[in-house]
Design a protein around this ligand. Structure first.
Ligand SMILES: [Zn+2]
Length: 494
């Protein structure tokens, strides 16, 4: 407070700190979340629907008692801020003396203290208000560094070209290609029965001829990180949101080809990934909507009577977005009951929370299956394929953690292991020379979001120096690697 009183409007500044602290304390206490720079970004990347899902009477009580009440007290208290040189020195000295005293008190048990801090780095993300002040300063610093970049964008894949499977060389014109990329939301691998979950949450998909990847790591633990990372050519180790924002991505590369590229959203937007391509949001009020809340089947409308052109469509689900999991599956489809019917997870039993979550996973299973069926119907006019991958997982109370967004180094597997699957139409596999059995044999290897960029280029037989062959999952299963040899010899398609 002593340092805060150096600010131009100390009372306003302190009230802001009280209010932000009360909100932080609420989320830490209720959901066991950790507040770092990424979490601050998530706060700003949210939309009103998402925000309403997180609000509750308890939240208002926290804000009123810990934020507004002390603020009122502050405004009605007569304070001599001592805006003199002596006063300023005092305000700086006071916290320094405090720090020295604190260190002196810790000193006798320094060894224990140091090792606890070293082994539990995440504790600092629980200290209010240091956590959000530090996080905000980092976000601000990044934004300034970004601003000084003058909006210069790194281009990617200017050499991009369609490979031989596009058959321009042959006389018979092939059918247009329709590839759908489903970006799932908050689905964790362990609750997919395809991953061995004890509940049959993949009733529909298990009968489809899909390739399921059982060991996939997410790039981040939040949408704001994972989404740009999935479409970026940067690996998780090298990824930063700033670099990604200043660079073209997979969709921009595809856009350089004679392909229609579109993004259809049933979530809170594409986090900047789709800035240069067609974007639309599902329209509320339709058949699959309950007021403003639309179930993911509404996304299938994107495949109604598509024009006969080569296209890549991204469908961005609301999936299992919490904490109001019960809103993610329509009434009448719910198999696991009773389910938690509030965003106040602490008011529900663990069983009710898991039930609501599993209902959303089962609904995603239904949605993806219906999508595959739709693509099967469309395969009389198109060569069709689909990839599904979730953006990150979710904690459902394991070790006292809920939701997601934990710093990656300490994030549990519930938040980082995501389901991924692929479906390829018969005509698609023969045209692109893909061996499904080969894909299935490799499906239990460890993959990650890092693989998506090069795999999508690989399975579409698209050549560019940005494609990293070692990350292309499909490449090694394409016809005798003949096409690859050709391209390595400098094949260029016009
Ligand atoms: Zn997400």
């Amino acid at each position: 407070m002593s340092l805060a009183s150096l600010a131009p409007y100390p009372r306003v500044f302190m009230s802001a700190i009280f209010t932000c602290s009360s909100a932080s304390a609420y989320y830490i206490a209720q959901y066991g979340i950790y507040i770092d720079a990424e979490m601050i970004v998530n706060v700003f990347a949210t939309d009103t629907n998402e925000m309403m899902d997180l609000l509750s009477y308890k939240f208002i009580v926290y804000i009123a008692m810990l934020g507004i009440a002390p603020s009122i007290f502050l405004f009605y208290t007569c304070i001599d801020f001592q805006n003199t040189l002596g006063g300023t020195i005092k305000k700086v000295l006071l916290p320094m003396i405090g720090l020295v005293l604190a260190v002196a008190m810790i000193f006798p048990s320094m060894q224990t203290f140091a090792s606890v801090m070293r082994n539990n780095k995440e504790i600092r993300y629980l200290v209010v208000p240091g956590n959000f002040v530090y996080g905000s300063l980092r976000v601000l610093g990044d934004a300034i560094a970004n601003g000084s970049n003058n909006g210069a964008v790194t281009t990617l894949g200017d050499d991009v070209a369609l490979g031989p499977a596009w058959g321009v060389a042959s006389s018979k014109k092939p059918k247009p290609v329709l590839m759908v990329l489903v970006v799932g939301e908050t689905a964790r691998a362990q609750n997919f029965s395809l991953s061995g979950y004890h509940r049959d949450t993949n009733k529909n998909l298990k009968d489809k001829d899909i390739i399921y990847y059982s060991d996939v790591d997410s790039c981040g633990t939040s949408t704001a990180v994972s989404l740009p990372c999935i479409f970026s050519n940067l690996s998780r180790q090298k990824f930063s949101r700033e670099d990604a924002a200043n660079s073209e991505n997979l969709l921009d590369v595809l856009k350089k080809l004679p392909l229609d590229v579109a993004w259809v959203d049933n979530n809170s937007g594409c986090k900047g990934v789709c800035a240069n391509i067609d974007f639309s949001h599902v329209v509320s009020g339709g058949q699959f909507c309950d007021g403003d809340n639309c179930y993911d089947e509404a996304l299938l409308g994107a495949l109604d009577r598509p024009q006969l052109t080569d296209k890549v469509i991204v469908l961005h689900q609301s999936g299992s977005h919490g904490p109001a999991y019960y809103k993610r599956s329509p009434e009448g489809s719910k198999e696991y009951l009773p389910e938690c019917r509030t965003n106040q997870l602490q008011d529900c039993t663990r069983e009710e929370i898991v039930n609501a979550y599993d209902n959303s996973i089962a609904y995603t299973d239904l949605f993806v299956s219906k999508l595959i069926e739709r693509l099967q119907v469309l395969s009389k006019d198109f060569d069709t394929a689909m990839i599904y991958v979730s953006d990150h997982g979710e904690s459902l109370g394991e070790s006292g953690m809920y939701l997601h967004g934990a710093p990656y180094f300490m994030a549990p597997e519930e938040q980082t292991k995501v389901p991924m699957l692929m479906w390829l139409g018969d005509a698609y596999t023969s045209r692109f020379g893909i061996d499904r059995d080969c894909l299935k044999n490799n499906a239990s290897s460890n993959y990650s979001h890092d693989n998506v960029f090069s795999t999508v280029l690989g399975m579409l037989d698209i050549e560019t120096k940005e494609k990293n062959r070692s990350l292309d999952i499909v490449g090694p299963c394409m016809a005798g690697n003949k096409a690859m040899k050709l391209s390595e010899a400098g094949y260029k398609h016009d």
